[in-house]
Design a protein around this ligand. Structure first.
Ligand code: PEP
Ligand code: MG
Length: 588
């Protein structure tokens, strides 16, 4: 196979090289996936099940057509059923599975090629066209083989691997990324702001999503390079290409080390205006990484991953230990612990959430826990207990109305009283991540000590764009004036009522957007640790005077594209050119 390069969207920076392994692939790739001798009977069973299901489906369709349109119209269905019952065809597929020790998909693919060659040789156009019937039957068979999950597949432990999938839900990604040998991820779908991509960034695993490819055959085990800087994937690289990328990988790693040196410098703009730059983490193990990148605090500890990563619900003692590990390591620097934001795309066996038509608008975050308070009460107790040693900032997700925060506050204060914990040991804050919360910020501000704007969801809910849906990704624009106006409202109200306003959405990890946020009046931003050095360097080189002027004008523009063009032009004029060596970081 010759070397082939394809483009997608860079989702997590870095360069990864390894052997390809595919999971949950439902697109048009056909893989030559090998299996062990032991797995052959299971694979034959899987094939037989798909075959039975396909025949049953065809029979049902046939019955429906006969009923509505008469017997003659259903003849084509007979042909398809006969094809799937054809002994020679079925036995050939099974033989390939047995002899070559491959998955059914590859065996069907080979049989399809064989039939295409036979039909190709027919002189008669009518017979030539019968290949369409064969394809129709085989496509149905392929469809019924889909949806194999990660668990059904053995991924090798002993060599560097690159995973290829259409998309991977956060609960499965959580298990995958802890593998030492995972060197990269390629998704044919996926959203830049999905929780799965957030996890990949947190674990510094290079990733390319929305891969555009016309490949029809990919072999598991093929060598592949994931370039999460440019958003490219190279299958089967030649030696020369591999050398080029190994070199690029080295350069990137050197660049990161050089960039990290900014961590010892003060967080102040060129005209001496202070800002705070913190890290978002999903696991306590990430604190060291956050500190190594210069985080001045943990602006968001997403605790739902404690549940997604483990098979058991963490006990109170285990939780307290985890929170204390983070607090001890941060040693007095601010730490925001967010209570579990389960629901939406984040599903876990511990929480019984019924299937919902619209999970993003359903029982998510505090909505679930106000109905089922036990787990939340336990979590609040563990957080409060850890606050005896270091001050903690508790953060509640998905608050949409005043009554919710009043109830949560009462719950927290009651637990604090019972545990004899001083009020000054903890702050209570809410995420501003739905438009309603931003619009009544003057009312909410009276109830809390601080707020944190979650732009990932604020963008999704304001613009009505599913953050994980690639089809509408083009509308997911952080600098849409509607978003900037909401942020400005919250920043202004924070100043007026004297409460701190932080940003913990990924928007802040884009240096240009971070400049806009500072200009809008935000002083405290939190992001994936790896993004901190570049954002800090960019903000240190800018002047708050210019940022304020430019952001103010941006608020009056009509669209995200106008804002983007305007801010880039203006920043280019008013800031040092060196700042924009990474201008390609503006992806949305
Ligand atoms: C957000 O919505 O911006 C946020 C930080 O929360 P999450 O990404 O976990 O939904
Ligand atoms: Mg959110």
């Amino acid at each position: 196979m010759i070397s082939k390069k394809f483009e997608g969207i860079a989702a997590s920076t870095g360069i990864g090289i390894g052997s390809l392994y595919s999971i949950k692939l439902e697109s048009d790739f056909i893989l030559r996936e090998s299996i062990s001798e032991k797995e052959v009977p299971k694979e034959l069973k899987r094939f037989e099940n798909a075959l039975k299901k396909s025949i049953k489906e065809l029979k049902n369709i046939k019955q429906r057509i006969e009923k509505n349109r008469g017997k003659a119209s259903a003849i084509i269905l007979d042909t398809l059923i006969l094809l799937l019952k054809d002994n020679e065809l079925i036995e050939t597929i099974k033989e390939i599975i047995r002899e070559e020790k491959v998955r059914s998909e590859w065996a069907i693919h080979l049989v399809r090629l064989k039939y295409e060659r036979i039909f190709e040789d027919f002189d008669n156009e009518y017979f030539k066209d019968r290949i369409n019937d064969v394809n129709d039957a085989l496509n149905r068979l392929m469809d019924n083989l889909k949806s194999r999950g990660i668990k059904d597949k053995e991924i090798p432990e002993n060599k560097p691997i690159i995973i290829l999938a259409d998309d991977i839900p956060p609960s499965e990604m959580a298990n995958l990324i802890t593998r030492e040998n995972l060197k990269g991820v390629i998704l044919t779908k996926g959203g830049l702001n999905s929780h799965s991509v957030i996890l990949l960034k947190a674990f510094e695993i290079p990733a390319v999503i929305n891969l555009k490819t016309e490949l029809s055959e990919i072999y598991d085990g093929t060598e592949v390079i994931v370039d999460g800087i440019e958003g490219e994937v190279i299958f089967n690289p030649s030696l020369a290409i591999k050398k080029e990328y190994l070199n690029k990988k080295e350069q990137y790693e050197k660049y990161l080390i050089e960039l990290k040196s900014v961590k010892t410098l003060p967080s102040k703009t060129a005209d001496n205006f202070p800002f705070k730059i913190m890290a978002n983490i999903e696991l306590p193990e990430e604190v060291d990484l956050a500190l190594s990148f210069g985080a001045e605090g943990i602006g968001l500890f997403r605790t739902e991953f404690l549940y997604l990563f483990s098979d058991n619900e963490p006990t109170l003692e285990e939780q307290e230990k985890i929170y204390l590990t983070v607090l001890d390591k941060m040693n007095g620097k601010p730490v925001v612990i967010r209570t579990v934001d389960i629901g939406g795309e984040k599903k876990s066996a511990f929480f019984s959430i019924d299937d919902e038509d619209n999970p993003a608008l359903g029982l998510r975050g505090v909505r679930y826990f106000l109905k089922n308070p036990k787990i939340l009460e336990g979590q609040i107790k563990a957080i409060l207990k850890s606050s005896k040693k270091h001050k903690v900032k508790i953060l509640f997700p998905m608050v949409t109305e005043v009554e919710e925060i009043r109830e949560l506050k009462e719950m927290t204060l009651n637990i604090a009283k019972a545990e004899k914990i001083e009020r000054e040991n903890f702050d209570i804050g809410i995420m501003i991540e739905v438009p309603s919360a931003a619009l009544i910020i003057d009312k909410l501000a009276k109830e809390v000590d601080y707020v944190s704007i979650g732009t990932n969801d604020l963008i999704q809910y304001t613009l009505a764009v599913d953050r994980g849906n690639p089809t509408v990704n083009y509308l997911y624009k952080a600098i849409n004036p509607a978003i900037l106006r909401l942020i400005k409202m919250v920043a202004d109200e924070g100043k007026k009522s004297g409460i701190e306003v932080q940003i913990c959405g990924e928007m802040a990890s884009n240096p240009i957007f971070a400049m806009v946020l500072l200009g809008l009046g935000i002083r405290s931003i939190s992001m994936s640790p790896i993004a901190i050095p570049l954002v800090k360097r960019t903000l240190r080189a800018s002047c708050i005077k210019n940022l304020k002027r430019i952001s103010k004008e941006a608020l009056n523009l009509s669209s995200a594209d106008e804002v983007k063009e305007f801010v880039i032009e203006s920043f280019l004029k008013s800031c040092p050119k060196t700042l924009f060596e990474n201008i390609n970081l503006i992806k949305k």
